[in-house]
Design a protein around this ligand. Structure first.
Ligand code: GTP
Ligand code: MG
Length: 312
């Protein structure tokens, strides 16, 4: 049986291998996506992001556990900003989802962002396609809300949950990182700690403008991931957002916007690859550099000529 046949037969090893392929951006990537693409689009995609240590993994652990108990099949991608490329199903320290270990309805995969640059966003998108085609009902992506790449990944989701905690000025961090703009549902986790009620109030105030201008309620929930308090309500809020998207075609609009940005990234990747390939192999570059050095041409003029030569 070929790898793809095994994959379609539900083989988890094959699932892992395909994700490894798309993560490495190997030449086989394109063929994989072509083979699975018609079977994608069914899964609910949830992104969860927030400052380091807010309790994202603990929340995912609980939420995914509830879904799995309802016989929902769940795929989790944890984007780990610290660990080097692992290539396998290695789980970084940041993925604390102990209760899910061994749960046959749940597949957890860690993807490293260090060294991946812009490719990570494209790779995670493809990894979601793989999980979707495998038959996962829910795909959950956890990212630390620190940089543009992580925000891009979170925005592949149909619903974005922003998780904060009352510690270390999380609300300030959230607005700096642009998290307030990308969230659909907000969570103040560690509600057992001092300052949680304050943070809920602050968030509600910040969200007032968005609530006025848009037809969604942008709920703010308090949770204690370690005990599970509030996690059922979080699940309800996520489902309500899903229903909201289902009305008036909003889900399709959102996904098309995501596809446009995916297309753009693929094009940028390809153009970057073309430039670096030609830069190393094209002898004309040396001649051009000579001309520019001798003031026979400006760098811009040379660049224009190169582009024109490529086009023809
Ligand atoms: N007191 C308290 N501690 C919590 C709560 N939720 C999580 N924690 C603890 O906070 C720490 C971080 O939790 P994680 O779930 O790993 O947080 P995270 O946001 O996934 O962390 P990173 O992925 O490293 O950014 C762990 O020690 C948890 O046990 C909570 O509601 N209350
Ligand atoms: Mg985590």
């Amino acid at each position: 049986m070929s790898l793809l046949e095994k994959f379609f037969a539900g083989d988890v090893q094959a699932l892992s291998s395909l994700i490894t392929e798309v993560e490495s951006r190997s030449d086989g990537c394109q063929a994989i996506v072509a083979a699975i693409y018609p079977r994608t689009g069914r899964a609910c995609k949830l992104g969860i992001t927030g400052p380091p240590g807010a309790g994202k993994s603990s929340l995912v652990d609980r939420f995914a556990g509830e879904l799995a108990a309802e016989s929902r099949r769940v795929g989790i991608i944890a984007v780990d900003p610290t660990s080097p490329f692992s290539g396998g199903a290695f789980l970084g320290d940041r993925v604390r989802m102990r209760s899910l270990a061994g749960n046959e309805n749940v597949y957890i995969r860690s993807m490293a962002s260090r060294g991946a640059q812009g490719g990570l966003s494209v790779a995670t998108f493809d990894a979601c396609l793989v999980l979707d085609a495998f038959g996962k009902d829910w795909i959950i992506m956890e990212t630390v809300g620190v940089g543009q790449i992580e925000l891009d990944v979170a925005q592949h989701a149909d619903t974005v949950v922003v998780a904060l905690s009352p510690e270390s000025g999380d609300s300030i961090q959230a607005s700096k990182a642009g998290l307030m703009e990308i969230g659909d549902v907000f969570v103040v986790n560690k509600a057992d700690r001092e300052g949680a009620t304050n943070l809920v109030t602050q968030l509600n105030m910040t969200l007032e403008v968005r609530r006025k201008n848009e037809p969604w309620s942008y709920p703010v929930l308090a949770t204690v991931a370690t005990t599970g308090q509030g996690v059922a309500e979080l699940g309800q809020a996520v489902r309500r957002h899903r229903e909201f998207l289902g009305r008036h075609d909003r889900l399709a609009v959102r996904r098309k916007t995501q596809l446009k940005s995916q297309l753009r990234k693929i094009l940028e990747d390809r153009i970057r690859a073309t430039v670096s390939r030609r830069f190393h192999s094209d002898p004309d570059w040396d001649k051009l550099a000579d001309r520019v050095y001798l003031k026979q041409e400006t760098p811009y003029g040379a660049a224009d000529r190169i582009l024109a030569a490529w086009r023809s």
